[in-house]
Design a protein around this ligand. Structure first.
Ligand SMILES: [Zn+2]
Length: 229
């Protein structure tokens, strides 16, 4: 999973280790597999002189990254692959994903769900008996976004995470546990939480975060949608 090391890679070379009808697994990939509310990448693989469209990327139950081909193909194990992701789409998802961390940091309640999209994204919060105000959230986000904050990563062990359960903000999504280590995403001194998604390197790449709407989803749940411009 090259995107865990560097989410800015746009192209890569690899080879096929498993092929089954319209699904293939590669020895390495930059294609992000749908998870944690972030959509899977789309893109193109160049194999044996042909261009093959990848229409989605998902994980199987063994955490393998499955590239979904537009059509069935005659690909074989060992075939060399040159691949590229749809960078415009991925980069928008990276900006949106990073923006949701900012949103999360200004609302100190449990996250019950979320979805990242190209045009808009959302997080659902369990407010208990607390109230939130759209203008106030917008104002607090604007204050945070005035400064440029670096986005970095730290790795901790499962035991270290279990000792700091307050780091986990999502009540519905378990953070990915890769080879016994957990990746923490740190945005300046604003936000620190486990996350396996793709993010930009600095908040200045996000642009303006605009609270589009707040909807009631049940008595205590609120859905907050954002757009970027
Ligand atoms: Zn994240």
């Amino acid at each position: 999973m090259l995107y865990i090391e560097n989410s800015y890679l746009k192209q890569f070379n690899g080879s096929i280790i498993k092929a089954n009808e319209n699904k293939i697994i590669l020895n390495k990939t930059i294609f992000f597999a749908k998870s944690g509310g972030q959509p899977g990448d789309i893109g193109t693989l160049h194999i044996n002189g042909k261009n093959i469209n990848i229409i989605d990327t998902i994980k199987d139950s063994e955490n393998n990254i499955i590239h979904i081909l537009e059509n069935d193909s005659e690909l074989k194990v060992g075939d060399e692959v040159k691949g590229e992701i749809d960078w415009g789409k991925r980069y928008k998802h990276m900006r949106m994903h990073s923006a949701l961390h900012i949103l999360c940091s200004v609302i100190p309640y449990g996250v019950t769900g979320g979805q990242i999209g190209y045009d808009k994204s959302r997080l659902d919060f369990d407010l208990k008996d607390n109230q939130i105000n759209k203008d106030e959230i917008q104002k607090n986000i604007n204050i945070l976004m005035e400064k440029e904050h670096r986005i970095d990563y730290q790795w901790i062990t499962l035991e270290e995470l279990d000792r700091q359960p307050e780091l986990v903000r999502t009540m519905s999504v378990k953070p990915p546990r890769i080879t016994g280590k957990i990746r923490l995403v740190k945005i300046g001194d604003i936000d620190l939480q486990p996350c396996g998604g793709t993010h930009v390197k600095n908040t200045n790449e996000i642009g303006n975060i605009i609270i589009q709407k707040i909807e009631n989803k049940g008595k205590k749940n609120r859905r907050i949608s954002i757009i970027l411009n």
